[in-house]
Design a protein around this ligand. Structure first.
Ligand code: AHR
Length: 661
């Protein structure tokens, strides 16, 4: 053996011996008979933001990019097919005075054109994912003074071959009309595109050119991608926070999220640039805009669909402090505060109220039962507190039962955090939103973060977090096992402190594999497929095994937060009469442990185990191997009230044991 190899082998062996011998033989005790803090039904939720093409090009199932020609470059995403006969056969027109939300349209002039001579092509969002035998709804708003013009609509594959289509014969009309036609695709294609060939003579105006699959979530026309919602629904999230994130703030105040502009007819929802379009020089996304086809009504509806509490976050009169840091003067904050009051009425008011009536008119007469509202995302400084006080006073005066979520800034420590933490607590803030994007080590070291928080002060929303395996290399940061295990370990601390931590959500939620700006993310999609990361499975395991009350899990009488690389929390579920024990082995050596479960009643003869592990900490899931790192279920026998567990290296185990008579 060469000397250096010998040394490495000896050192590694020594390390193993050291690690093994450093493990204590101490048993773990779970006191299922000492029922502790109640776990909020909404404890484990999801954070949605239109980042990484999460909405347009993602959840919102529209396949046409720039359907209303409102992108900064009006023909972005579009190509003219064939050769226009004269200059000006395709013109972008602007009717600013008559339609400020959607001023542009396309004016096309034909000269006795035959099918296939002149047309338009839309490339979709990195292509269009089309499924064989699936139905598609094409629609267009048009206006046409001259007699009939035909529009031959065809989906084509990468080779330009037809994979389904329809023909629309427009009738002359001086008014704008919407026409819809459906067809079935004849092939599955990852990157299809759409052609519209014109036939006839005269001129036609076109706007809101749209193509949706029929198989949207709940089959809603113009709805959302069903596979993406399904992964959320499978988690049974306790809440959904929307619409972000930094898009709430905007790079400047004109770019902030304004919920009132996201409801009502989709062609009246004014498009704005998505701030993630240009935020990162290493990930420019020039075709990233917010059409708001997915707006506040749809977010509320989505929350209801998946049984999650809605948690909207509103702008606090401050643009992103990393960008323009624009502020609304305190004397001019009223419209912002009014937006918050109106939103509560939109969500909860009956149909006799102004905003409740609008909600009812959109097809939801029943209230959405909003209980929480966020004011400000990642805002900091006295400027935030000043504005927040005005919001809080007005909201609490009218809606005392609405819990307000307040920002503690961008980081979980430091001067800004300390200032906000103390200012918010002196205001008796209901819920403080803490964010942490940190290395895996931070998550391990902070599993006890909340053990010493004041039990009688504001509650915590761990609103955005993710372990970044390499934060210095954001473009290559992967959702690997190491990150997922670190998060699982940290979450034992959230669960153990359920009397302080009300809610938690990983962030960001979705990423389009070809159009992302921020990595890691919980769920990745391409045009046709989707996969959950190892972090997704951690979130899901927590959410599906939430329980109703914390019970003590100790080793040597202490909470287990890093001893022997172990992190443990336990709950009971009063509804199902189960004890649920979550164990994370964050170390590189398997651990055998005996768990004694004290219970005044008998326990079942075996425990159901969900085990998340993999061969290497760098293992990831992918489109090709979507479940490479995912939980495997099995059954493990108990000996009376003792459970012997084997905790593989870098693993997360969830044991569920029924309490019998
Ligand atoms: O989750 C991505 C971004 O991280 C959010 O928009 C922002 O709140 C945080 O800085």
């Amino acid at each position: 053996m060469q000397l250096h190899k010998f040394l490495i082998a000896t050192i590694s062996f020594g390390a193993i011996i050291f690690k093994t011998s450093a493990q204590t033989n101490t048993k773990i005790t779970v006191r299922a008979d000492q029922i502790g803090a109640a776990i909020q039904p909404a404890m484990w939720g999801v954070f949605f933001e239109d980042i990484n093409m999460g909405a347009d090009g993602g959840l919102y199932a529209e396949l046409i990019k720039n359907r209303s020609f409102e992108f900064f470059k009006p023909m972005m995403g579009w190509k003219i097919l064939g050769k226009p006969l004269t200059e000006g056969d395709f013109l972008i027109m602007n009717r600013q005075k008559m339609d400020t939300a959607n001023p542009r349209f396309l004016h096309v002039t034909l000269h006795n054109n035959t099918k296939g001579s002149i047309g338009l092509n839309n490339e979709g969002f990195r292509g269009m994912g089309i499924k064989n035998n699936n139905g598609y709804d094409f629609s267009v708003n048009y206006r046409q003074a001259s007699p009939s013009i035909k529009m031959h609509v065809e989906l084509v594959n990468e080779k330009g071959e037809n994979i389904g289509g329809t023909t629309i014969t427009s009738t002359s009309s001086d008014e704008w009309k919407k026409v819809t036609a459906s067809f079935t695709a004849t092939a599955t294609v990852q990157k299809a595109s759409l052609n519209i060939w014109f036939e006839g003579d005269g001129a036609i105006d076109l706007d809101m050119i749209s193509l949706f699959p029929k198989d949207t979530w709940k089959g809603r026309p113009g709805g959302m991608r069903a596979d993406m919602i399904q992964l959320l629904a499978d988690m049974k999230p306790g809440f959904i926070r929307f619409p972000g994130g930094c898009i709430v703030e905007g790079v400047d105040l004109s770019n902030r999220y304004q919920w009132k502009k996201t409801i009502g007819p989709v062609d009246q929802r004014q498009l704005i640039i998505n701030r993630w379009n240009f935020e990162f020089a290493h990930r420019p996304t020039p075709d990233y805009f917010q059409t708001f086809g997915l707006g506040f009504f749809e977010y509320f509806q989505l929350a209801e669909d998946i049984g999650a509490e809605p948690l909207p976050i509103l702008n606090a009169g401050m643009a992103c402090q990393f960008n323009s840091a624009e502020l609304i003067p305190l004397s001019q904050l009223d419209p912002y505060v009014q937006d918050a009051l109106d939103l509560i009425e939109f969500a909860n008011g009956d149909a006799t109220t102004a905003w409740g009536k609008i909600r009812a008119g959109m097809g939801h007469p029943a209230p959405f039962n909003l209980k929480m509202l966020g004011v400000g995302n990642e805002n900091w400084g006295p400027q935030y507190i000043e504005r927040l006080k005005i919001f809080t006073k007005a909201i609490k005066a009218k809606y005392p039962n609405i819990k307000l979520v307040n920002s503690s800034g961008t980081d979980p420590n430091g001067a800004r955090f300390d200032y906000l933490n103390s200012a918010l607590r002196s205001m008796n803030a209901d819920i403080i939103d803490e964010h942490y994007y940190r290395k895996p080590e931070w998550f391990l070291q902070n599993a006890s973060r909340y053990d010493n928080y004041d039990r009688n002060s504001s509650k915590i929303f761990a609103g955005e977090y993710a372990a970044h395996s390499d934060k210095s290399q954001q473009a290559t940061t992967k959702n690997n096992l190491e990150a997922a295990i670190a998060e699982a370990a940290f979450m034992t601390g959230l669960e153990r402190n359920a009397d302080v931590v009300m809610m938690a959500s990983y962030a960001p939620l979705f990423a389009n594999a070809e159009a992302w700006q921020w990595s890691p993310d919980l769920i990745w999609v391409d045009n046709l497929t989707i996969y959950g990361t190892p972090d997704y499975y951690v979130q899901k395991l927590y959410s599906l095994n939430k329980g109703t009350n914390v019970v003590p899990a100790t080793m040597d009488g202490k909470a287990i937060a890093g001893q022997d690389s172990l992190y443990v929390s336990a709950v009971i579920d009063k509804n199902t009469s189960d004890v649920i024990i979550k164990l994370v082995n964050a170390g590189g050596i398997a651990i055998n442990k005996t768990i004694t479960i004290t219970s005044i009643k008998k326990l079942a003869a075996s425990a159901a185990l969900n085990l998340l592990k993999s061969g290497s900490v760098t293992d990831v899931n992918s489109f090709a191997t979507p479940e490479a790192v995912s939980p495997v279920t099995s059954s493990v026998p108990l000996k009376g009230k003792e459970l012997n567990v084997v905790l593989p290296a870098h693993s997360f185990s969830v044991y569920r044991i029924a309490i019998t008579k």
